[in-house]
Design a protein around this ligand. Structure first.
Ligand code: 8X3
Length: 250
């Protein structure tokens, strides 16, 4: 029997790669989508999936992803996203803000729009298609220097809520996973433009931040609930992070 298909964007590293591995372990044929060909090809070979080079902000690239996926799709994990910079509003870089909106909101919309017919088609035959958007605690709170990212991640949250309303009579579940402090190889390094010391300082003294597999575990759990169960949203933080500004460091 053929495996149900799951698309994971941003699958080249971190939460996306971990989600691709766990979904493959749960029986899905995973389409690993990201910009870096070498990364997604290696991952797809490892998990017996498929690799697609895709920039979610590029409409032609997203159209090619939809072509590769075909007419039926069980799961879409909109994971591609990221933060660029940590400047105050007073010193904000307009290009960084545009890039954050582009990847966290427009990119998510473009992939969803392109793959929605395939999710509906699967759902009609098999119970439900499932969309899991990877949001953030940054989509719930504000913090100094974070406005470009928090505004974008609030966008991710609200697009998710809107989509759930718009699809209320369709066989598609719409879910959001909102992680707090997750230590991955790249999130903070990208945010600080390759400055490893600044990236490391974010997690300094935090004995056990979340890791990518913790979030992938939540994604896989949401996806594998019975098809009438919609987990609207899940906020997941390390025990040490009681609130954005209240982190236990040793
Ligand atoms: C990442 C969480 O705290 O860096 O999405 O904004 S935070």
């Amino acid at each position: 029997m053929s495996r149900p298909v799951a698309v994971v964007t941003g699958a080249s590293s971190g939460i996306g790669a971990a989600a691709a591995r766990q979904l493959a372990g749960a029986g899905f044929e995973v389409v690993c989508a990201a910009r870096r060909a070498d990364r997604v090809e290696a991952l797809a070979a490892e998990i017996d999936g498929r690799a697609v080079v895709c920039d979610v902000t590029d409409p032609a690239s997203v159209a090619a992803l939809a072509d590769e996926v075909g007419p039926r799709l069980a799961v879409l994990v909109n994971n591609a996203g990221g933060a660029f910079g940590l400047s105050t509003v007073a010193e904000a870089d307009s290009d960084e803000w545009r890039r954050m909106y582009d990847v966290n909101v427009i990119g998510l919309m473009q992939v969803t729009r392109a793959l929605l017919p395939a999710l509906v088609a699967h759902g009609g035959a098999e119970g439900a298609g499932t969309i899991v958007n990877v949001g953030s605690t940054a989509g719930r709170i504000a913090y100094e220097g974070g406005a470009g990212y928090t505004a974008a991640k609030h966008g991710t949250k609200v697009v998710t809520e809107t989509l759930r309303l718009e699809l209320f009579d369709q066989p598609v579940r719409v879910c959001e996973i909102a992680p707090g402090m997750v230590r991955t190889d790249e999130f903070s390094l990208v945010r600080f433009d390759g400055d490893q010391a600044r990236a490391d300082a974010i997690y300094a003294g935090v004995a056990e931040p979340l890791v990518a597999d913790d979030v992938a575990d939540a994604i896989t759990w949401v996806v594998t609930r019975p098809s009438h169960v919609n987990i609207d949203e899940m906020v997941i933080k390390p025990r040490a992070q009681a609130a954005q500004h209240k982190v236990h460091r040793v």
